[in-house]
Ligand binder design. Sequence first.
Ligand code: AMP
Length: 284
Amino acid sequence: MQIIRTIQEMQSISKQWAIHGKNIAFVPTMGALHEGHLELMKEAKKNADVCIVSIFVNPMQFAPNEDFSKYPRPIEKDMELCISVGVDCLFLPEAFEIYPDGFSTTVVVSRITEPFEGSSRKTHFQGVTTIVAKLLFATNPNAMYMGQKDYQQVLVLQKMVKDLNIDVEIVMVPTKRDADGLALSSRNKYLSSQERITALQIRKALLKGKELIENGEKSSEVIENEMITVLNSINGLKIDYCSVANANTLEKIMTFNGKKSVVLLIAAFVGSTRLIDNEVVVVF
Ligand code: AMP
């Protein structure tokens, strides 16, 4: 596995690959890799000739009160994991490489960034879109692999590449979960064993919502209230949002008329750890 630290070197390697007709897949991450990240890499490897992974804890997507400085950075272990799934190239830029002195450009996607994560974390998505645009220009991939776990992020980036004519396919990979249903997340490391049990309520609430929809419930309000009841049935969990939305636009849905793809979205604090999860349901 090649380890690359500069944008210039990354661009020259990916250009060479493109010249030689290689299909390039790219997986952007912030490290602290787990099986969820590895799923993305395995899918990428399956469908491409070469796979580039980036690890960069992006300061621009964290608010001052968030966990940027304490975000886990087990780089040696991350490298081993990348090698174990056959990653060809690990892009490991430093912050000064990505944001040199005088850096003053931001990529902003409007509307779809406003609800949910965008409402709770005001500057989060402009940090995400700016870094991903930069990483795409550095790695020049045919496809970028992202997790459904961050559902809104995938939609935001699909909108960005469409609006900016960036020629890359964005592939959404299903959320990888522990056996008990908890979505894998680098932030699960912050949870105590009691909090880990509390966090399971998020999955239970999503499955409750899904069951109601599949049994014909037509009112989003009823579904949201039932999900909230599940979340509130346990101490130590504070809801940030719990909503039913159009799976393509993230617009609010009042009632279900006809076939629709909907997404149930939850963000909640378990202790001081903020967790998100979602479930997509196709309504007939
Ligand atoms: P992060 O390192 O948290 O920025 O995540 C990097 C990528 O991994 C994003 O596309 C995430 O959506 C994806 N990811 C994180 N957790 C999971 C998971 N449990 N299953 C699938 N993909 C995930």
